[in-house]
Design a protein around this ligand. Structure first.
Ligand code: SF4
Ligand code: SF4
Length: 113
């Protein structure tokens, strides 16, 4: 579980009126965050606010990059080809903090069970 590096971002996200899952106490594994790599700019607010260490920021895979349209490639390139991954998606508790913290509206929660 990663330590929250900016409590102010998490506090702002917790108070966001559009936050889904505020009262949700989903067990791990029922919901996963899904990142739209076309929107993601890889700056990592999601990783900062997630209490369960679901996200990591890394370089987008070359084969994924190659499938992107030119305007998305340019955007990814400008942002150092960084994107959010969810290596610990199974730990997600559907609290919704990442959804409202993402400035690019790149995250949605999907039910997996
Ligand atoms: S907060 Fe949104 S834009 Fe930023 S890294 Fe996470 S998914 Fe990408
Ligand atoms: S909804 Fe899931 S991935 Fe997003 S911050 Fe909450 S626990 Fe983390």
């Amino acid at each position: 579980m990663s330590k929250n590096k900016d409590p102010n971002k998490a506090i702002r996200a917790a108070a966001h009126p559009d936050r889904p899952g505020e009262d949700c106490r989903a067990k791990p594994g029922i919901f996963h965050p899904e990142v739209d790599v076309r929107r993601c700019e890889g700056k990592g607010d999601c990783a900062v606010v997630c209490p369960y260490g679901v996200f990591e920021i890394g370089r987008i895979a070359d084969d994924t990059f190659d499938t992107m349209p030119p305007r998305v490639k340019l955007k990814l390139w400008v942002h150092g080809k960084k994107t959010a991954y969810t290596p610990h998606a199974d730990a997600c508790r559907a609290c919704g903090l990442c959804v409202v913290a993402c400035p690019e509206h790149a995250i949605r929660l999907v039910r997996t069970q």
